[in-house]
Design a binder for this molecule. Structure first.
Ligand code: ADP
Length: 788
């Protein structure tokens, strides 16, 4: 060799530029340094020995201390992780499950841990969430939603592939977490008896630790059969928290959006960078609105001010978008992260020094008055407020602005109540009942809940299942119920599929397959978020050519517009007009359900490279449509597996939608009726509202009565609220038949059915379709409609 000249640079060879992209080993080294700085790092051996000596343990530590990312890696090569064989010769173990209440968290944690370990996502480290499984037989650390864990227990009651199950975010007390813990207690016990132990670790940020330790229960010593409860061992990771100064508003405020925006700029002008701002808002729509507002106001800042980099964070956001919040910003700009309560304990955003807290949270709540579950904006608890405040003191001293008065804070409930006390339990009950045959302990009435749901919710859940035909009069699960339990959908929606399957079986070989169409609509409903983008989100996705601002523009435009009307050209329409006019091709006059079907049929009939363009033109979310396609495929798979209906093969799917669009540019009247009736069967009388005077609607109660019903309005996002633009009106006069605003037959709109209710200023129905009142007595036999 040439070793002696290795250090010399040949003057004729250009020096290669420094690589801008960090090498793999550089990244992994940096990640290792970060790992070692996490508070949990020094507790590694304590955690390992505790769970070696006991089958259960409770692990408590502040958000961001490293629990979710490190626990799996700590346990990976421990002796209790190896595969075991029971006396009967069955194989057990080898994998760690880590459950999350939110799918986003499961995905982003798996991504993070797999890059920390330098592996390919889906191999050693993977995830499994509803409709998306990125893991295989070699997976050792598997992040999954708590709902998916329940689904796995349905299929494998002993969870035989796992050596360890970690229940993360237990403090959130989601219904599935609570249910999962109850079931896991039983599984730990039965696997201990078979000498193929399953380890259970319950983790949380804030928790009534002793209560949880008693509930989970410790491991009795061999031969010990004490009647007393042995608590599970507890491991605490002390958190480092810097002081956070709290400010309240002097008077209570109504408009959180403007108050939040004002506070953001106040903080920005008052405190030098670095120090990012985290804003707690309620939901995706509020977040988008506030974010746009801040972005617009930021344009008016003096040029010497550091830039504001506005980021959104909510569960239905694209994971790629979400990942952006983890990136450390440059010192010359300030991140403003506007988030739901997902940033409260679930996601740790680095760099935050200022928190703005609106004091509200959007939660699923059971509305006894309406008889249905809906998303409701409610006050947070004091515990929640403290947790939010703490987000500002992770890295240095910080500030927290509460957009409410100190008096209001003092009146807040001390702790957040578990969901199980508020939510619709029908789905959970159905899962339990479907398991009953396999799990002797899981009868609904003696299930070991940490906090038992009250009598009223239990009765309500059982009544719902009875009404759906999932239970018989004796309370036993029916064939329909068993079929329903196999779908990863809420009972109302799985009932729709089963109803469509029945309809399809009766009407075999009819060209328009109801089951196919119902699955299509349900797929559109099953994505997080509306596939039809709302006007506030249009600008971002539509690449409009930027024009120079011309002071003469208003006049010019007017002149041109007049011209355009004559020529009937699309060119000079505003974005709104253009999209609206386009959308008139796909809207169905009955409402949202069939409009979704129209959209999906059109989308599927396009070639792959044209689908994106289609979405742009109609302002439909392309990423969501990709997900819809995937969900559709999986729901069809479940139908085949459980022998619901008779579906065409996957290879025919594309062809099928092509021909559908060619033959039926519009969904036929008859088919519309069949589809909507299937949905009614699942949604029940409670999701039907009858038209009252003045274009309003009033809900029916289960007896068919409207006099005790509630006034509800159609949500602005429904296509029933799309108005025909002036332009479109003119055009259709010329070109009758192009628009699908065909007339509906007599009686449509006497009543509506809806998927969801949201409460803002009043009760709004989301995803609404017009129906005929007489269908209600047809679908719900024995129902008489009273009142007006
Ligand atoms: P805990 O479970 O105790 O709340 P985590 O293990 O979730 O803590 O987080 C530990 C650290 O890893 C945090 O500082 C967090 O910012 C970082 N982290 C977590 N997930 C990601 C991710 N997907 N990308 C980048 N950093 C992440």
């Amino acid at each position: 060799g040439n070793d002696s000249t290795a250090g010399l640079v040949d003057p004729l060879t250009p020096v290669p530029p420094k690589p801008l992209i960090k090498s793999k080993s550089q990244i992994s080294q940096e990640l290792q340094t970060v790992r070692k700085s996490l508070p949990i790092w020094s507790f590694q051996s304590e955690i390992r020995t505790t769970i070696r000596d006991s089958d259960t343990m409770v692990l408590v530590g502040e958000t961001g201390s490293g629990k979710s990312t490190q626990i799996g890696q700590f346990l990976l090569n421990q002796p209790y992780m190896s595969k075991m064989i029971s006396a009967s010769g069955k194989k057990y173990g080898g994998c760690i499950a880590i459950t999350q209440p939110r799918r986003v968290a499961a995905i982003s944690l798996a991504q993070r841990v797999s890059s920390e370990m330098g592996t390919t996502l889906g191999k050693e480290v993977g995830y499994c969430v509803r409709f998306d499984n990125v893991s295989d037989a070699s997976t050792k650390i598997r992040y999954l939603t708590d709902g998916m864990l329940l689904n796995e227990i349905l299929h494998d009651p002993e969870l035989s592939r796992y050596s360890v199950v970690v229940v993360d975010e237990a403090h959130e007390r989601s219904v599935s977490t609570d249910l999962g813990m109850g079931l896991l207690k039983g599984i730990v016990e039965s696997r201990r008896k078979e000498k193929v132990p399953l380890k259970l670790i319950v983790m949380s940020a804030t928790l009534d630790v002793e209560k949880m330790a008693n509930y989970v229960g410790g491991t009795p010593k061999p031969g010990e059969t004490s009647e007393e409860v042995i608590p599970a061992p507890i491991c605490r990771i002390p958190g480092k928290i810097f002081p956070v100064e709290v400010f309240y508003t002097p008077v209570s405020i109504d408009n959180f959006q403007t108050a939040a925006a004002k506070t953001i700029f106040q903080v920005h002008y008052q405190y030098p960078c670095p120090g990012d701002i985290l804003v707690f808002s309620t939901g995706s729509e509020e977040i988008e609105e506030l974010a746009s507002m801040v972005e617009e106001l930021a344009l008016q800042m003096e040029p010497d001010k550091p830039k504001l980099n506005v980021m959104r964070l909510y569960a239905s956001l694209d994971p790629v978008e979400q990942q952006k919040v983890f990136v450390k910003g440059s010192p010359k700009e300030r991140k403003v992260i506007i988030s739901t309560n997902i940033a409260e304990t679930s996601v740790t955003v680095p760099g935050v020094r200022h928190v703005i807290d609106c004091g509200k949270v959007k939660m699923k709540r059971f509305r006894h008055q309406l008889g249905i579950e809906s998303l409701l904006v409610t006050d947070i608890s004091q515990a929640s407020a403290q947790q939010r405040k703490g987000r500002a003191g992770r890295e240095a001293a910080g500030t927290c602005y509460r957009l409410y008065t100190e008096g209001h804070f003092k009146r807040l409930q001390k702790d957040t109540e578990p969901d199980i006390l508020h939510c619709d339990l029908a789905g959970a009950m159905l899962t339990l009942l479907a398991m009953k045959s396999e799990h002797s302990m899981t009868t609904v009435n003696n299930f070991p809940f940490l906090d038992g749901p009250n009598h009223q919710s239990r009765v309500k859940a059982l009544t719902t299942l009875l009404e759906l035909g999932a239970l018989d009069n004796k309370g036993n699960i029916t064939k329909v119920g068993t079929k329903m339990s196999k779908f990863p959908l809420p009972p109302a929606q799985s009932r729709v599929i089963v109803a469509a399957g029945e309809e399809e079986e009766q009407n075999k070989k009819s060209e328009e397959n109801v089951l196919v169409d119902v699955i299509d609509v349900l797929s559109c409903l099953s994505v997080d978020g509306n596939i039809i983008l709302q006007p506030t989100r249009w600008r971002k996705t539509l690449a409009e050519p930027k024009k120079e601002v011309d002071p003469l523009l208003p006049q010019k435009k007017k002149k041109k517009r007049k011209h355009a009307d004559d020529e009937d050209s699309d060119e000079d329409l505003t974005l709104e007009e253009r999209v609206h006019s386009k959308r008139m091709d796909i809207v169905h006059p009955s409402g949202d359900h069939i409009t979704y079907l129209n959209i999906l049929r059109r989308y599927l009939s396009k070639r792959a490279n044209e689908q994106k363009k289609f979405c742009q033109e109609y302002q439909i979310s392309y990423p969501l449509m990709r997900k819809v396609e995937n969900i559709r495929k999986q729901l069809r798979g479940y139908c085949r597996l459980d022998k619901v209906g008779d579906l065409p093969r996957d290879s025919e799917m594309k062809y099928e939608s092509d021909t559908m669009v060619a033959r039926y540019p519009r969904v036929s009247q008859e088919q519309t009726e069949k589809i909507l009736k299937c949905f009614m069967a699942g949604l029940g009388v409670e999701n039907i509202a009858k038209r009252a005077k003045g274009g309003k609607y009033r809900t029916l109660t289960s007896s068919g009565n409207t006099s005790s019903g509630v006034d509800v309005s159609v949500h602005p996002s429904s296509c029933l609220m799309w108005e025909r633009s002036e332009h479109e009106a003119k055009r259709t006069k010329k070109d009758e038949g192009r628009s699908s605003w065909q007339r509906l037959p007599e009686g449509f709109g006497e009543a509506v059915m809806y998927q969801d209710v949201v409460w803002t200023s009043k009760a709004f129905m989301k995803c609404v379709s017009k129906i005929r009142l007489e269908w209600t007595t047809e679908v719900f036999e024995d129902l008489t409609i009273y009142g007006t």
